[in-house]
Design a binder for this molecule. Structure first.
Ligand code: ADP
Length: 540
């Protein structure tokens, strides 16, 4: 027997309808690419999104067509997403930091019909246009006055483009399982793979993500997503902020410590989210300038492991609660968050931070398990580590246009991470399976060594890679970048690490470098780093 409740498909445009109706005067603040700070309301975002949808339909865009956005976090980018999905089309976020050949590759794979882009990336589009034959039109997210002279096909400024319609439009009625968004994983090896979100998966994921033990987003929250819209849905914030009526602050193109600080402070931001590298820049800026952020309650760190020293600095020195989160593009992306459950609420001192460096527990809608190589489930004892696998309504079941089964017999997706889960349900990433260092048949966690090394007062960033070893198979090499104006020596770092980890985990060597390479999503690029140290011989 079926229930007798209404059929109300979970569609993305219902989010912006709700924002316009219930939180119509709430602000979306943008540091515009053109320069000035701009303010608009959810009511206006809604109206402008309707115009985007209306104009797309007028331009012949059909349900399921892909419209690429290669853009910073701005109100226009947000409107574009709602307009695209409201017309039944699919927003395809392109990460401009990818190698240009990869951008062309994914635009072709997705068969994007239009590209909406910022002024910043017009030259990049021009350089690639010949290689992206499916693109019929380029829309530059600016107004007529700022529109550059360009030969891009049918190029038009966004304001002129939506200015030609009146917004008298009804969102398309769609099945909630219709495709809504497409995001390719960075693909450090092989070609990038497309993750195709649906309306339903985005709505459910955003509801789960805004819960009090998750990002805790409500109508009195002011949230600033540093994490870009092109990095896995900006961790839901582009949906959950309007859904809950939060004030949204969009940082545009400027992500340096001073610019981020200025927005956080001027707009009285209460919650913000991003990868460790941006928080490193902010911390350094605040330390150097002696600044504080009294309004900031919550800082979410994810994408790579948050170093303990960073968590402690924000919490102890600045009184900002750090929430460590883990996820991946294939999971929409949030998979776990490190808020304190009642069972661990009393923890203090070192024990508290032992917990806070863990990646946290799953919200409702995510199921998680760890398994051995044969697929057998392993215990939640905080010690046994295995392949981390996940299931849920916002977890990928296949890649776009790839004919390959990616789920196990129980329907779980293998994340490629190795992890432990403790008796309280808190998961801790040991490593990515391809980064773990295999020494004498045992595993050494590169993440743990990196975390420890950045606790050294003179170390800014650290990366650990495995170097081939005749006896042990692989041994760890620690690569460090010193803080500005500081010097570090191999002996000094090793001495600092001594006694804090098992003896056989100690790096065999330390290399001091000026810079560590990063991926397009701001993570340490171990593939490039291994390439740089190819043929490197450990001492002795
Ligand atoms: P890409 O690496 O291509 O940018 P994702 O952003 O989807 O793609 O990366 C997901 C991966 O990032 C996870 O599988 C995990 O290895 C790593 N990751 C994400 N968050 C954390 C975290 N808090 N701690 C450690 N690793 C993390």
């Amino acid at each position: 027997m079926l229930g007798l409740m209404q059929d109300w498909p979970l569609l993305i445009h219902r989010i912006i309808d709700q924002a316009a109706r219930q939180h119509g005067s709430q602000e979306v603040v943008t540091r515009s690419v053109e320069g000035p700070i701009e303010r608009i309301t959810y009511r206006e975002v809604h109206m402008r999104a309707l115009k985007v949808a209306q104009r797309l339909v007028q331009d012949g865009i059909k349900p399921g067509d892909r419209i690429a956005t290669m853009a910073w976090n701005t109100a226009r980018h947000l409107e574009a997403w709602y307009g695209i999905t409201g017309a039944g089309a699919v927003y395809h976020t392109i990460n401009p930091r990818l190698f240009p050949e990869q951008i062309a590759w994914i635009a072709n794979h997705a068969e994007d019909r239009m590209i909406m882009t910022d002024l910043t990336f017009v030259p990049l589009c021009e350089a690639l246009a010949d290689k992206m034959p499916t693109v019929e039109r380029y829309i530059v997210l600016t107004d007529k006055a700022h529109m550059p002279a360009t030969k891009l096909k049918n190029a038009i400024s966004y304001e002129e483009w939506i200015g030609s319609v009146d917004g008298d439009f009804r969102w398309l009625s769609l099945d909630e399982n219709s495709a809504a968004g497409l995001c390719y994983t960075s693909g450090t090896t092989g070609n990038p793979k497309g993750v195709l979100y649906s309306h339903r998966s985005n709505v459910l994921h955003s509801m789960a993500a805004s819960g009090v033990d998750a990002l805790a987003i409500g109508s009195r929250t002011t949230i600033l997503p540093i994490v870009p819209l092109f990095h896995a849905n900006s961790w839901s914030i582009a949906f959950s902020a309007p859904m809950m009526g939060a004030k949204l602050v969009m940082p545009g193109a400027k992500l340096d410590g001073a610019s981020v600080y200025e927005l956080l402070s001027d707009e009285k931001v209460t919650c913000t989210a991003g990868v460790p590298t941006v928080w490193l820049m902010l911390l350094q800026y605040m330390q150097k300038e002696g600044k504080k952020l009294p309004h900031l309650k919550r800082l979410v760190i994810g994408g790579s492991a948050a170093p303990r020293a960073m968590i402690e600095a924000f919490e102890k020195t600045y009184g900002i609660e750090v929430l460590h989160a883990w996820g991946m593009t294939e999971m929409s992306p949030l998979g776990s968050l490190g808020s304190l459950k009642a069972s661990v609420d009393q923890l203090q001192g070192a024990a508290l931070y032992d917990l806070k460096i863990k990646q946290g527990y799953t919200p409702f809608t995510v199921e998680m398990k760890i398994t051995d190589d044969s697929g057998k489930e392993l215990p939640w004892d905080g010690k046994t580590f295995g392949s981390l696998k996940v299931a849920g309504p916002a977890v990928a079941k296949a890649y776009f246009r790839v004919d390959e089964n990616i789920l196990d017999d129980q329907g779980f997706f293998d994340t490629g991470d190795v992890a432990t889960i403790d008796a309280n349900g808190y998961m801790q990433i040991t490593d990515r399976s391809k980064d773990v260092i295999k020494s004498g048949g045992e595993w050494i966690s590169s993440i743990e060594l990196e975390n420890l090394a950045v606790g050294h007062p003179d170390v800014m960033e650290a990366a650990v890679i495995g170097i081939a070893h005749p006896k042990w198979d692989e041994r760890p090499l620690l690569v460090v970048v010193p803080k500005e104006g500081r010097e570090i020596s191999r002996e000094n770092v090793l001495e600092f690490m001594q006694g804090k980890i098992a003896k056989w985990w100690m790096p065999d060597d330390v290399q001091v470098v000026k810079e560590i390479p990063h991926t397009a999503t701001g993570k340490i690029n171990k593939v490039t780093l291994r390439e740089q140290f190819k043929g490197y011989r450990l001492p002795g």
